[in-house]
Write a protein that binds this ligand. Sequence first.
Ligand SMILES: [Fe+2]
Ligand SMILES: [Fe+2]
Length: 165
Amino acid sequence: MGKTSRVIADLDVDALIEELNRAIADEWLAIAQYWYGSLAPEQTMNPVVKEAIKKALDDEREHVNELAERILELGGTPLKNPDQWNQLAHCKYLEPPNKLTDLRKFLQDALKGEECAMKAYNEIAKLTFGKDHITYQLIVHILSEEAEHEEMFEDMLENLPCDFK
Ligand SMILES: [Fe+2]
Ligand SMILES: [Fe+2]
């Protein structure tokens, strides 16, 4: 973003870049959580749940890329040190259950994560609304996918077979 558009947009670009990097930290932590969840053995997991975790995992990876691309366009440096993930994330890392088959706990944590991510993206959307249309559109797109994840995980939690409850 050029100097002039910074002034016109009345937007603190450095603060925005920092928020986008915090969102990258959230995404990496979600990836770690979902990746672990995806390790549950095939036979213990409903294929629908397995597919949902894979879908969320793919989406979060895409979100990291999209956020990083936007940070670069804004002249910033995407977060590159994993030490900063926990430090900067808006959302706390929820360690996956020790038992890979504890699907109920996994889904509950996934829901907490999605809810927290949506709140953070909502704030970034408010920050950029009417000021930085490109970032705003990206954030709304990501937000809509987090909402899809929430719905997906909610449905699964409600429909867990009794032996998982
Ligand atoms: Fe995401
Ligand atoms: Fe998500």
